[in-house]
Design a protein. Sequence first.
Length: 221
Amino acid sequence: MAKTAIILGATGLTGSFLLKRLIPDKRYEKIILFSRSATRVKSSKIEEHLIDMFELGKHRDKFKGDVVFCCIGTTQKKTPNKEIYRKVDYGIPVTAAKLCAENNIESFLVISALGADPKSRFFYNRTKGEMENAVLQNGIRNSYIFQPSLIGGERQEKRPLEFISKQLMKAANFVMFGPLKKYQSIHPDTIAKALQQVAEHGYDKIRIESDEIKNIAHDDD
């Protein structure tokens, strides 16, 4: 039976790759998008809702499907205001998880970050960790938290410092093996492939770290 997928953040780096993968996937008959700007992707499968993402909770009647992919996220460089940053990286995923619980959606996959820890002294890691815990409190049957390392790929907006960091990470990847392998940078399409795989086949862990994400994606090759 064909399913309905909901994607939050389809205009973002990883979300855009995921959308491209789900369109030809015959397991999905409809893909519902919630975002603040249009994807400009044409497909008869797509149902697109342009909304204020901070008001996602007001759209419960449209938030109905079989699986939700939450690819929402920002950076401290892009969003220096901590209050707004938290509304994006904590508020939106947690609201989406609550809507899943209310509408009996049994699968919720969310992108967090490697190093997420609710007890961290670093605001970014602490926010991600608190988001993870709040999501899991909703008791969604199939909840999976993806914890990628630095995400590679080219963004539409230019982030010079992030670009330099990514180049350094690419070089560092050659010496990161064993326990350090999970800190290697990861391509957004690799994350998208893993999201697609786990949504269909599940996984034996709730929290999936970066090296595991790569392994899942490679198994699909």
